[in-house]
Structure formats: C-alpha cells, structure tokens
Design a protein around this ligand. Structure first.
Ligand SMILES: [Zn+2]
Ligand SMILES: [Zn+2]
Length: 246
C-alpha cells in the first residue's frame, strides 16, 4: 500500500499536538492517504497527568484503579475512529512484567495492532548495559510471541534515546530474524528518525521478506502521511542489496 500511514495519533494520546480526526480526513482525501489511528493503549486509562505512569513503581495499582474508566474510553475510541473512516488501531504498551496493557474484549474490534516497548525499568534504575539489552530483548520477544501484534513500532527507540551506540548490527540482525520467525512486520518510523539503523534493518527485512510499514507516528498534522524519509530509507536499502549482488 503505497500511501498507507500505519501509525497516527489523535487527542486520545497525551502527546498529540494539533491533530484532529477532521483534519486527518481532509488531508487524507486531498493527498489520497489511507491510515490507521494508533493511540497509546496506556493513555486510554489515565488522565493526562498520569499518561506516562507506566514508568512508575505503582503502575499496576494505578491501572487497577483506573481500569473501568479505561474500558469505557476504549469503547468510545473504537466507535469514534471507526466513524471517522480510518482503520482502528492501537499502539500497544507492554509493562516490564510483560503485561499487555489492553482489554481482552476489544481485540477483535481492532484492524491493526502495533506493539511498542516505550520504557525499560533497567534504564531508569541505571543497571548495567547487559541488563538493559536483556530487558529490551525480553519485552520485544514477549510482544513478538504474544500473537497480538501485527507490527513492531519504532523497534529501537527506547535504546537509541538511552545510547545510540548500543544498537549495533548484531542487535538489528537479532530483531529482523525474530520478526521473520514470528511473522511480525517492522516499522520505519519518521517521528524520531535513525537513518543508518533503519537502512540496515530495511536491507535485512527486504532480503528476508519481512514486511515493512511506513509509519509517520504523527503527533502533528505536518508529519501525517509524509513518506519521504521512508522512501529514502527503502531506496538506499535496495541500492545496498543491488550492490551486494554485483
Ligand atoms: Zn511509540
Ligand atoms: Zn506512536
């Protein structure tokens, strides 16, 4: 799907800036874009000031406390997104104990589930590098093997923001091998671009037949449906593959 944006936020996510469903629809019609709305699953449960409570020690208690509110908001979200003409998706959070933050009764309503590791407790606790990599791999594998996700969102972002050097070719190979094994697609994400890693990941994915999704991860209207970054990454990955074959 040439003009498919698989990752878009709305005011259901605390980090959304100027996006509304109406503005998305207008731009989509004008530029011939299809898209999935994928708001943060955790944000469904909490008021704005607690949106990132997944980083807190008492997260599970908070989730319990806000559970019914979250359930009702998810129900409203699904109806509203469906009515807007977008595909109904979710950016699924995973907690450090591997709990998937969503409601069992609503899985069947979703057209697209993108899974994301947003937070590593080992980084917050300043644990040694090996523990951080191990936690990253454990949570990524838990998402891959859950049977719930179609796409892994911004595969390395939580590590990149901590230390870019830690994402080496061996780790990217590990990721693409597992995406292939579990039959999960990978995202090229332009919200925080990591060009070199994305080109290498795309090269491996294209060689192995792992599906790649173009994700703007739009928090602002200007990001929505803009694919120049993704196209550059795929083009460069193809050039490397062609060069390898010569
Ligand atoms: Zn995300
Ligand atoms: Zn996102």
């Amino acid at each position: 799907m040439k003009n498919f944006d698989s990752h878009v936020h709305t005011p259901y996510s605390a980090c959304c800036e100027d996006i509304t469903l109406e503005k998305l629809r207008r731009k989509a019609d004008r530029k011939n874009i299809t898209y999935a709305i994928t708001d943060h699953s955790t944000h469904m449960y909490f008021p704005r000031d607690l949106a990132w409570s997944i980083t807190r020690e008492d997260f599970k208690e908070l989730l319990e406390r806000y559970h019914e509110e979250g359930r009702r908001r998810i129900e409203k979200y699904i109806k509203e997104i469906r009515k807007s003409g977008a595909l109904v998706g979710i950016e699924l959070d995973i907690y450090s104990d591997e709990t998937l933050i969503f409601e069992d009764e609503f899985w069947k309503e979703l057209d697209l589930v993108i899974g994301a590791v947003h937070f590593l407790s080992s980084i917050q606790k300043k644990r040694p590098r090996i523990e951080i990599i191990n936690e990253f791999k454990r949570l990524t594998l838990a998402l891959f093997s859950s049977g719930r996700i179609d796409v892994l969102a911004h595969p390395f972002r939580c590590l990149m923001h901590w230390n870019e050097k830690v994402v080496d070719t061996a780790l990217i190979e590990w990721l693409v091998d597992n995406a292939e094994y579990f039959n999960v697609a990978l995202e090229i994400n332009s919200h925080y671009p990591f060009m070199e890693a994305d080109i290498f990941m795309s090269k491996l994915a294209l060689s192995k037949g792992v599906c790649l999704f173009k994700a703007s991860d739009a928090h602002r209207m200007s990001e929505f449906g803009e694919f120049s970054y993704h196209e550059t990454v795929i083009q460069k990955a193809r050039e490397i593959i062609a060069g390898d074959q010569e």
